[in-house]
Design a protein around this ligand. Sequence first.
Ligand code: SF4
Length: 452
Amino acid sequence: MEIIRSQRKIAAEPDVTPTLSLYRSAPSLEVRLEDFELFALDRLRVLKGISDGLSRGKKPDEMEKLVSELWRTHMRHQNASEVINKDIISHFVLRLVYCRTEDLRKWFLSIETILFRHRFRLESFDAQRMLMGEFNLPYKALSNAEFENVKDKLNQVARSINQPLPTGMLVGMKVPFEEVPDLVAGRRVFMLKGYAYVAMNQVVSLVVTQFRSHLSKALVLTNRKWTSTIREQERDRLTPIVEALSTMYLGPDYSQPKEFAEISIKDIDIVANSSFPLCMRHLFEKLREEHHLKHGGRMQLGLFLKGVGLKLDDALAFWKAEFSQKVGSERFDKEYAYAIRHNYGKEGKRTDYTPYSCQKIITSTPAVGDHHGCPYRHFGEQNLRAALGKMGVGGRAMDDILEKVQNRHYQLACTLTFEAVHASSCDTGINHPNQYFSESQKIFQSKNPPTT
Ligand code: SF4
């Protein structure tokens, strides 16, 4: 795949029957740098949506609907002939992004495999056969004689799993049983002498196993190429994009308060208690208690407060009221006020800094004495229980939250906390502390509309 800065791409791939690619090798397409990133972001939205759906325990039929919806929403292109290119380019860009560590490879492999399985099943029978042909699977269709020998057994299995009885073209294949582990584990095939007899309507399992094994090897090879050459060669161009993509926040921009124009210092304790997520509530309490926060905490809480609508003057007054109790107001003016104005874009490069997303906070590494980070990720169980208890969470909700934490689904744990505290569902899930705040305020304001 060759990357160009700006030009039209070469003509689209010829129209083929299957819409699904096996991604066997990177295509020789010229790709604009903008598309390199934008296509990858769109695919990432699909993969993250699938991952969230799974962690939320969606049932298989709900997952089918979700994957179709995600694909339809994010992977279209205004030019229909570019849809296949977008699919292929985005897959190969994300291979680069997700080949770089064992954890990233594992995640990408499992979600891409789910996506592939879903899309393969939606292909027509002919397209499925064509795709199988591309894999050069060494399996042969059952001969008539073989079929007659095992027909009764095949019918028995088909009946037990509510599948149509194998007839005509749908007879099936004989494959070494280790090639179809999920069918064997689910007792969905007849087995004889080390072979599984796979009906044609179950071949998805064969193809998925091949796809997974091919992609797994390809990710390891890509990683080698990445570390040996690509990373250095592309140091000024692709490397920064690739490195940023795996921790990219994909939700709305919370750098400016939107729905709730501003909060004032006099309301801050009330809204902190009602609408701050646990990470900000913890920082807020520590600031009130110790009249000080280290740099990481000042940044995390300060930008959050800016995003929820605390104006610069109020922010200065708020931080000064606390810090001056510890360091004196003169030192506050000299050492700390600059950084607050800086966050609001009033000093230095005058950049308007953006509040941190959950992903950024969760992947931060607080040291001893720091209070920033995500409590679901960085607290021990006892402290987390106590903190949740103070928010009024208990019983079954507490167990569910701790189970999500154990499985490292921190944002889901936060979503369940939100749902328990507000007695209201949060279908989108929590991706950003400022989103938590604004969803919470929406609920409170709908219950207590402001009087005029
Ligand atoms: Fe804060 Fe996000 Fe962690 Fe919730 S999941 S506590 S909003 S960082």
